[in-house]
Design a protein around this ligand. Structure first.
Ligand code: MF3
Ligand code: CO
Length: 248
């Protein structure tokens, strides 16, 4: 069931969205070679709880941390670890969810640490561009398939591939609500988006093949060819004439 949010509910989601963005900005300002992904998780946990909010991932289906930290060939859902030291040239995707006053925010950024290769730079930039292509013409009445079409077209035009095994999603009082929001698809297909729907659009783009492997820890997802992958996500509300990005 797709829920339609009232203006008052979207105002509340704006608050959880703002906190979500603030966590990512904070991590972006602190991330350095030599830190561990667990250090980043602690920064997120401390900040979120100090705001009187809750890190939505923590305990979600038993997930053990406040963020996902996915380095290089890890696509998403990397579990932060004290053993995982961030090295020069790595790309680190940070995904975080914040629950505040009963409403969820969900967003991700991929940070480039130190001297990253030209290929990784291009991958990170194109992944972010895929998100903005997806929202370019989005408004009340747009078919859902237009999002995936825009993401896939831009990624593939740049020689990259789109992860199929994981998708974006509706969001509200629950982190994952209907509908699914794939990053691939055909223009003009699917349900029509409506004013008051709120969705997380999250391109996951691979430098090589689109296939992924699921790790034995039950969470981590890696590219099958172990080439790098990037992730960029925002929570967006559909409005009459466009969208409002709640986590930017
Ligand atoms: N943020 C992820 C998503 O966009 C969910 C992470 S799963 C969790 O769907 F267990 F870490 F929460
Ligand atoms: Co999400």
């Amino acid at each position: 069931m797709i829920t339609i949010k009232t203006d008052a509910e979207i105002a509340l989601m704006r608050e959880s969205g703002r906190l979500t963005k603030e966590v990512l900005d904070l991590i972006g300002s602190k991330i350095r070679v030599g830190m561990t992904t667990k250090d980043l998780d602690k920064i997120a946990y401390e900040y979120i709880t100090s705001c009187g909010a809750y890190p939505s991932f923590l305990g979600y289906s038993g997930y053990p941390a406040s963020i996902c930290a996915s380095v290089d060939d890890m696509v998403v859902h990397g579990i932060p670890s004290e053993e995982q030291v961030i090295k020069d040239g790595q790309i680190v995707s940070i995904d975080v969810g914040v629950e505040y006053n009963g409403w969820q925010g969900d967003a991700a950024r991929t940070f480039m640490v130190g001297n990253v290769s030209e290929e990784k730079k291009k991958l990170v930039n194109v992944t972010k561009e895929c998100f903005f292509k997806a929202i370019e013409n989005l408004k009340d009445g747009t078919p859902l398939g237009d999002i995936g079409y825009a993401v896939q077209t831009h990624a593939e035009a740049n020689g990259f591939s789109v992860v199929r095994a994981l998708v974006g999603h509706g969001i509200g009082t629950e982190m994952h609500e209907d509908p699914n929001v794939p990053n691939y698809g055909k223009k003009g297909t699917g349900i029509r988006l409506k004013k008051g729907m709120v969705i997380a659009i999250e391109p996951m783009i691979n430098a090589g093949v689109y296939q992924v492997d699921f790790m034995a820890d039950g969470w981590g997802v890696r590219t099958r060819d172990r080439k790098p992958s990037a992730h960029y996500e925002n929570t967006v509300a559909i409005t009459e004439n466009g969208v409002e990005i709640l986590t930017l």
